[in-house]
Design a protein around this ligand. Structure first.
Ligand code: G6P
Length: 463
């Protein structure tokens, strides 16, 4: 590794992942909010490198360029995919950090693999960084990297951002390796979380576990200082608005609406197929509203995009079965020949197609039981350039802290959700306009670029 970089980003995934179709492999965009927010920050930056995994097992491929910046693949073996990625990251940390919606599993072999892979990332980043470089580490897969890196490269400026919620202390302290993870994170000069609640939860856990002195957002430990702050993440507004006003995308939107039978009301959900997203809750509410005649079967359509995700991890097979059973039930009972009421698409879609769907969605349903931010909500708002449309948004998302004029709901309260969905479906564009206008101001102000700028400026001032 001869070339050294002044700005190094590390995340579990690279912005693109390798997929094989027959004998040919190609790169496609990686799933999830992390990549969609970070990509515009890296795009066209010749001084930056992104360290991450290609999504397939095996040794890391050769470094390559995408979108005007360098990608440096890290190898992850088949066994490590099972123990580090599917195991410790997604069956221990993910459920624990999302309020234990499914029971987290604790296995010592998974923890060993987590340490090994984190060490590999730390070593790679250390080798790629110029003296005094800025390093930005992302998300729950790599929480030991700041501490490991600090030990070998004390000269680096290290930032860490957690894209998912940090749980309440009472939950976090269940983790058998709670001290190691906290100490790993405290290797960073600056830790960013999505919301002030995340900052509060994190600081309470630190005080309890390490006894470190915490003054406001400053933690003093081992003769160093770590700053902890909320930096709510945003989207690439220019790109999304550009697509929303693109004539080809608008033509496609009109075509989709016609294909759906030109209904009066289109309700839309766009999610990774994850048990945190509350897809079952919204399907149940929709079914009951149809059954009670509160939404007209002939004029209403629900489109649910569910991007396949982590299909071998506990909780994901179950949520898929439950969702597909509900879709079958609604269509079996309320659909007519050639006209289903729920259009369920279990596959990923290019952003152009998603924007076309946002354009035809009169009601956007974002109903997670827990979510760090939820960028789908922000993408929908950005697309509504005429200020029409209603966003039904769970209180338990980071986005709800900013999009205060959304129709905020408690996804555990089915009756409340039904009342809100019914009212949203009947709201006129004129009535919906002030709320959407206010949300559009927020989304346009706090973009992905602005988020990164705020974080990196803060980090720059710390050392
Ligand atoms: C969330 C996480 C990301 C993750 C993404 C997709 O947004 O915060 O770190 O990359 O989900 O999940 P996957 O397991 O496919 O990487």
């Amino acid at each position: 590794m001869d070339q050294k970089w002044n700005f190094v980003v590390a995340a579990n995934r690279l912005p693109v992942r390798r997929v094989w179709e027959g004998d040919t492999a190609r790169w496609v965009p990686s799933p999830g909010g992390l990549v969609s927010a970070l990509r515009p920050v890296m795009s066209g930056n010749p001084d930056a490198v992104w360290v991450g995994w290609s999504g397939i097992p095996g040794a890391g491929a050769e470094p390559f360029e995408t979108d005007g910046f360098q990608c440096h693949p890290v190898g992850i073996s088949q066994g490590e995919i099972q123990q580090f990625y599917e195991g410790f990251s997604n069956a221990t940390l993910w459920p624990l950090f999302h309020d234990a919606l499914v029971p987290p599993e604790y296995h010592r072999t998974w923890w060993d693999a987590y340490r090994t892979v984190n060490q590999r990332y730390a070593t790679t980043v250390a080798e790629l960084s110029q003296p005094g470089a800025t390093v930005w580490i992302h998300d729950y897969h790599l929480q030991l990297v700041p501490g490991m890196l600090r030990q070998v490269r004390p000269d680096l400026r290290i930032g860490f951002f957690l894209h998912i919620p940090f749980p309440a202390r009472e939950l976090y302290i269940r983790l058998p390796w709670r001290t190691e993870i906290i100490n790993g994170l405290l290797g960073a000069d600056l830790i960013g979380l999505q919301t002030p609640l995340g900052v509060h939860n994190f600081c309470r856990s630190v005080t309890r576990i390490t006894g470190a002195k915490t003054t406001g957002k400053v933690i003093e430990h081992d003769r160093m200082t770590t700053q902890v702050e909320a930096f709510p993440i945003g989207i690439d507004v220019n790109r999304v608005v550009g697509l929303a006003t693109d004539p080809t995308v608008r033509t496609r939107a009109a075509e989709i609406r016609r294909t759906l039978g030109s209904p009066t009301t289109v309700l839309l959900g766009v999610d990774r197929l994850d048990y945190t997203k509350g897809i079952e809750v919204r399907l149940r509410a929709f079914r009951e509203l149809l059954a009670e005649g509160r939404l007209p079967v002939d004029h209403c359509v629900l489109v649910q995009i569910a991007e396949p995700s982590r299909s071998r991890v506990t909780g994901y097979t179950e949520v898929r079965q439950a969702v597909e059973q509900q879709v079958g039930d609604v269509n079996g009972n309320f659909g007519v020949m050639g006209r289903p009421v729920v259009h369920y698409l279990h596959r990923s879609h290019p952003i152009e197609e998603l924007v076309a769907m946002y354009l035809i969605a009169d009601v956007m349903l974002v109903t997670p039981l827990r979510d760090g931010m939820n960028l789908v909500a922000k993408e929908y708002v950005a697309c509504r350039t005429d200020n029409s449309g209603v966003l039904v948004l769970s209180e338990f998302t980071g986005a709800a802290q900013e999009l205060r004029t959304a129709e905020l709901i408690n996804p555990h309260d089915i009756e409340g959700l039904k009342t809100t969905m019914e009212a949203a479906a009947h709201r006129s564009d004129t009535d919906a306009e002030p709320a959407m206008r206010a949300m559009r101001r927020v989304v346009r102000t706090n973009t992905a670029q602005r988020w990164a700028e705020r974080f990196l400026t803060r980090l720059g001032k710390l050392r």
